[in-house]
Design a protein around this ligand. Structure first.
Ligand code: BDR
Ligand code: CA
Length: 313
């Protein structure tokens, strides 16, 4: 089994991904480390607890950083995920309590406890990972890999023409995380926007798993309204589940390795500027750590994997 820490800002596609991880027999979720992003940090932490409670899973949930590495202002995506982060569904408050450790400390503790075994699956802004790297400089040697939902290597962004939300939200943190000496696998809009999920897909999650799939179906109404604006058919996107699917079935993805730089000036904030290896880019620019970027995914096999995993008892 793969030991993972799920670093998340729940969030509707975060919820879909968290349940997918809980359902997958090959994945052991050591804990949820939450972070501000789609919603403020306190709400992200409470939402993480609520999801763990709904799934009947007993794992630590930690609260993480409340704002970007640089600058005092956080921006949230209530217009995508609703005031509650779950599509305005009046989900009851959780009775569970948070682990006392900040998210960054939990990441460090697990890395030390299981050296070389833990994959961090990061599906929100990257501040917790950047902080953990600063607190424990040996972290890269203790972590197996970092699988990130974020970025847009060859396609436009979703917050600005060049930047995807998770990277844009905390560009300096992303720069630290991408530059660190660990295996980084990036699942950005290159693949996640390539797979529009129709209402039938969401309905089938609910059919095979009335509790968890039912929650996803309910919260996805608001989310699908957002994504369907101006489109002929209703669609929605489950970005955050992609790096987890890669752990179960890496062959579904085409990966390209190369050099990555993160934009931090105002105009390019959060841009994932990527040069595949052996490209004719200036050697000065190429002086960065190598990362792997997902460029293609098998749509129908991916959909089937989600449904069959939600169907597991
Ligand atoms: C990412 O941003 C968030 O709104 C989603 O949860 C996902 O992690 C997509 O750009
Ligand atoms: Ca997310």
């Amino acid at each position: 089994t793969h030991k993972i820490i799920l670093d998340t800002d729940p969030g509707i596609d975060d919820a879909m991904a968290i349940f997918f991880a809980f359902q997958a027999k090959e994945i052991e979720v050591l804990g949820l480390t939450t972070v501000y992003g789609n919603v403020p940090a306190d709400m992200a932490a409470q939402n993480g607890l609520a999801l763990v409670e709904l799934a009947g899973v007993d794992i630590p949930v930690c609260k993480g950083v409340t704002r970007p590495w640089v600058g005092a202002e956080s921006t949230y995506a209530h217009f995508v995920h609703g005031e509650d982060g779950f599509g305005n569904i009046d989900h009851p408050p959780t009775t569970r309590t948070l682990d006392p450790r900040p998210s960054a400390q939990f990441i460090i503790d697990m890395a030390r406890k299981y050296p070389g075994e833990v994959t961090i699956v990061a599906v929100g802004p990257l501040g917790n990972l950047a902080l953990a790297l600063r607190l424990e400089p040996a972290l890269p040697s203790l972590i197996k890999a970092v699988n990130i939902m974020g970025g847009a290597a060859f396609v436009p962004g979703n917050v600005t023409p060049v930047a995807e939300a998770n990277i844009w939200n905390d560009a300096y943190a992303a720069e630290i995380v991408f530059a660190a000496d660990w295996e980084v696998n990036m699942f950005g809009l290159d693949v996640t926007y390539d797979v529009p999920f129709p209402p039938e897909f969401i309905a089938s999650l609910e059919t095979v798993n009335p509790v968890l799939g039912g929650f996803v179906a309910k919260s996805s109404k608001f989310y699908s309204d957002f994504y369907s604006q101006g489109k002929p058919q209703r669609v929605c996107f489950f970005h955050d589940a992609f790096p987890l699917a890669y752990m179960l079935q890496p062959d579904l993805f085409e990966m390209t390795s190369g050099h990555m730089r993160i934009g931090t000036d105002k105009l390019h904030q959060g841009q994932t500027s990527f040069a595949p290896k052996n490209s004719t880019i200036s050697p000065h620019w190429l002086d960065t750590h190598m990362v792997n970027v997902a460029t293609h995914v098998d749509h129908s096999a991916l959909s089937s994997l989600f449904v069959s995993t939600y169907a597991l008892k």
